[in-house]
Design a protein around this ligand. Structure first.
Ligand code: FAD
Length: 359
């Protein structure tokens, strides 16, 4: 998406400038640094939480939520401006698992007490959520979940484990998909529980990724008591709720990611325009490279045009449709192709250096 091409009205320009000023005034150098060094999606927790509190104090804790739950009431075009300016400012990442995954499910399936209990602390940054779906034997086949929740009086007793649980080491809550019945159709016996991470019987063990970072975890549950009041929706109706969550997860980042892809394509173009040998040779003059970059730039623009149409056509907080998921997959393909091309570009300029070293 491209604000320059959007032909902003006077009010929209004023709104864009207000958002820009907000980022300039509120993002501290420490927060910018934390966001800059983020290896994957999540900045250091402390900065992310501080940032969420600043957003909340400004009334922008979850701008895209429906207004009745604390959304900012932006128009669709203001939502695009917000997303692009956010991508440009590059603040620390917020708690997506709470704000974008758990919250829409609580809004749709939760009772009044649950909405009152859980939505405001997500906005304020006091609650930080983890997503407890994957297990050692349940990944792509999510319905194979084994972690069990057995009814016992006013509680469920939970036993089993989850894996790849992002942010569980600083989460206050986990959105848990648990098995409450054994049915022939595995999707039928699942239930969603909203669980306090400090409940007795929960053990979090880090998984360190290949970059040496600690983003996700294994989480073990041993006889963990969860009140029935913490069940989201009906017993054994968890699959429907999980699918609702996944539409938000798979349709995420529609507006912002296009901006990021355009920025990355531009940086590859800038690299390829540099001179490599002191005699005017440039990678961009290689027709094969130039063609590949050109095709990718067209893909980026096409994806941005689709994203813009999707955002303009959706109400605040509306569940993303299958077209969002398709765009998400397309964006990931472009992302991967851009990474490969960036490696090729850097490799071209690194070759003389490695050749000199080899002598
Ligand atoms: C960075 C990261 C963070 C994550 N954070 C979380 C989190 O916070 N919470 C959470 O619950 N999960 C999380 N996940 C887990 C993620 O959702 C799982 O990785 C996903 O469900 C896939 O499961 P798996 O890794 O076990 O792969 P598998 O299911 O074992 O799949 C491995 C490969 O086999 C293929 N495959 C599987 N089944 C079939 C089939 N029937 N036919 C053909 N091909 C098949 C898959 O496409 C894939 O290529 C995270 C994952 C990553 C990478």
């Amino acid at each position: 998406m491209n604000l320059d091409a959007m032909d902003l009205t006077t009010d929209e320009i004023a709104f864009r400038d207000k958002v820009r000023r907000f980022y300039e005034d509120n993002l501290t150098p420490e927060m910018r640094r934390a966001a800059y060094v983020t290896c994957w999606a999540f900045s250091e927790f402390e900065y992310a939480r501080q940032w969420q509190k600043i957003l909340h104090a400004h009334g922008w804790g979850a701008p895209n939520w429906p207004v009745e739950h604390g959304g900012a009431g932006f128009t669709a075009r203001e939502r695009i401006i917000w997303e692009i300016e956010t991508a440009r400012a590059h603040p620390p990442g917020i708690n997506r698992m709470g704000q974008n995954f758990a919250a829409p499910c609580i809004m749709r399936f939760g009772d009044d007490a649950q909405k009152k209990q859980f939505l405001p602390p997500i906005l304020s940054g006091d609650h930080w959520w983890a997503q407890g779906f994957s297990e050692p034997g349940a990944g792509s086949d999510l319905s194979a979940i084994k972690l069990s929740a057995r009814a016992d009086g006013d509680d469920y007793i939970v036993n089993g484990s989850k894996t790849w649980t992002t942010s569980a080491h600083f989460a206050t809550h986990i959105f848990l998909l648990a098995r409450t019945a054994i049915e022939e159709d595995k999707r039928k016996g699942l239930t969603v529980l909203l669980v306090d991470m400090d409940s007795p019987g929960i053990l979090v063990r880090p998984i360190i990724n290949i970059a040496g970072e600690h983003d996700f975890n294994e989480v073990f549950f041993t006889d963990v008591r969860v009140p029935r009041a913490r069940r989201l929706g009906d017993e054994n109706d968890g699959w429907r709720i999980a699918m609702h969550l996944l539409t938000f997860e798979h349709g995420a980042g529609t507006a912002r990611i296009g901006f990021e892809l355009r920025r990355r394509a531009a940086s590859i173009r800038a690299i390829a325009h540099a001179e490599s040998d002191g005699h005017g040779a440039r990678l961009i003059d290689d027709p094969d490279f130039s063609r590949k970059l050109g095709l990718l730039e067209i893909s980026v623009e096409a994806a941005n045009a689709v994203a813009e149409a999707l955002v303009l056509g959706a109400a605040a907080g509306a569940a993303p449709g299958p077209e969002h998921t398709l765009l998400n997959i397309r964006n990931r393909e472009i992302d991967q192709a851009l990474t490969e091309l960036a490696v090729e570009a850097i490799g071209y300029y690194a070759r003389p250096i490695s050749a000199r070293r080899a002598k």
